[in-house]
Write a protein that binds this ligand. Structure first.
Ligand code: NAD
Length: 421
């Protein structure tokens, strides 16, 4: 079986629930609270028509899930991908709840997705799909209720269309309904780079904890989109050497290092990193097994499983992606002494700056990039240290520790609010 086939067989919702159960057991969580937090609050499925360029009507399926609203409005991205499923969106929504709690920003967790390969759509079709999907999920979203953001295959342009659609229906401009917008429409400085920047702040903290000199570190990055390519660029600026990267079409490897800026330009021109001059071609499965100091999964779920965890040769795994490691693989990596920076901490920089963007929108304010990055660093470093302290105290592992911090915060908020009615 290929890595893709293995990944497709593992249900991310079961993974998310297993991860939650481990934390709930360790926290001795009240049975009622456990039942509440184990399920999403709301799940919306929509089937909606789009008129394609050739005049025929196609019906697409999309989802918006709100996992928990105890600590604030739902927050979470919108994914456009051919393999999106309700269970994937449920898992991603639950992970958002824990992520917002681990960095202590006042949001609950949500997520959305449409089953579509956007690379097969024209810009006009993509816009029509986005506007109609926004209309369908408008029963749930709103600046005080549920605030979408970009995720896999969605970007600032898609967010601009969502914001415009919502605003047209309300008769006035509502910038705070989505984050990750273009700066000219109320987007935040630094949002585009925030996920990767947060990941690199975590890696810097982990390296210090482990006594690893980043200047000598070799880095491998799986996925070369928003999270992966920017993480590669920012970690290079810290002195590390990126030796391999990949995207959905395959990867490239050079033991002496790849020129990340040239790779970004190559990908922008050709749509893939494949064929990058002077580098050896590798498959995504091979890429994960390359010996390195820092491995950054920045693509999709279920990439590190019990089938390949024995062959991961990294000192640190920094999960820029959501859900790249299964619970079985987690155990194997832990036993092998690999330091894990779990997704709900490692990629929380994106939602943190989304929170800054929302605050700026609500206040009709605009912060400089320096302010954004300073505040982001403060939050990421504090969250990392809280999780590390919990890890050292509980003798668990970093994922369990992040869950203990996050689930406790959400459980406290939920218990304090009480049961309605
Ligand atoms: P993106 O669409 O910008 O990039 C995704 C990249 O992954 C692309 O290069 C794509 O080719 C590659 N890819 C897809 N399938 C692959 C496969 N099977 N093997 C290797 N590469 C593959 O998406 P993104 O926003 O960078 O998101 C990547 C991950 O980061 C996702 O798990 C997402 O949920 C997570 N994340 C993103 C943000 C954000 O702010 N964008 C925030 C938090 C977490």
């Amino acid at each position: 079986m290929t890595t893709e086939q293995v990944a497709a067989r593992i249900n991310p919702w079961h993974v998310a629930q297993q991860q939650f159960d481990l934390a709930a057991d360790r926290l001795n969580l009240d049975e009622g609270l456990r039942r509440v937090l184990r399920e999403p609050r709301r799940e919306l499925t929509v089937h909606f028509p789009v008129k394609m360029d050739d005049g025929h009507v196609q019906v697409f399926t999309g989802y918006r899930v709100q996992h928990n609203l105890g600590r604030g409005p739902a927050k979470g991205g919108i994914r456009y991908h051919q393999d999106v499923s309700l269970d994937e969106v449920k898992a991603l929504a639950m992970w958002m709840t824990w992520k917002c709690a681990v960095v202590a920003i006042p949001f609950g967790g949500g997520k959305g997705g449409v089953i579509v390969d956007p690379k097969r759509l024209s810009m006009k079709e993509l816009e029509a799909l986005t506007r109609r999907f926004t209309t369908e999920i408008e029963v749930l979203i709103g600046p005080e209720r549920d605030i979408p953001a970009p995720d896999v295959n969605t970007n600032a342009q898609v967010m601009a269309w969502m914001m415009d659609t919502y605003s047209m229906h309300h008769g006035y401009t509502v910038p705070g309904v989505v984050t990750g917008k273009p700066i000219s429409l109320g987007g935040s400085e630094g949002r585009h780079e925030a996920t990767a920047r947060g990941t690199v702040y975590c890696i810097l903290e982990a390296a210090e904890h482990l006594g690893l000199d980043l200047g000598l570190a070799r880095v491998v990055v799986q996925g070369f989109g928003n999270a992966g390519s920017i993480a590669a660029r920012l970690i290079t600026a810290e002195g590390a050497t990126v030796i391999a990267v990949s995207d959905s079409e395959g990867g490239v490897h050079h033991p002496d290092g790849l020129d990340v800026n040239r790779l970004i330009a190559w990908k922008a021109e050709r749509g893939t990193v494949r064929g990058f001059p002077g580098a050896r071609a590798v498959t995504n499965a091979e890429l994960l097994e390359i010996e390195c100091d820092v491995l950054i999964p920045a693509a999709l779920e279920n990439q590190i499983t019990s089938r390949n965890a024995d062959r991961i040769h990294a000192r640190i795994v920094a999960e820029a992606a959501n859900g790249p490691t299964t619970p079985d693989a987690d155990r194997i990596l832990f036993e092998r002494g690999i330091f894990m920076i779990p997704d709900i901490l490692c990629n929380a920089g994106g939602v943190t700056v989304s929170y800054f963007e929302w605050v700026q929108d609500l206040n009709r304010d605009h912060w400089s990039e320096a302010i954004v990055n300073t505040k982001l660093k403060e939050i990421m470093v504090r969250a990392f240290r809280e999780v590390l302290e919990t890890d050292l105290r509980e003798e668990g592992n970093m994922r369990l520790a992040a869950y203990l911090v996050a689930v406790q915060r959400v459980a406290d908020a939920t218990a304090m609010r009480g049961l309605y009615p």
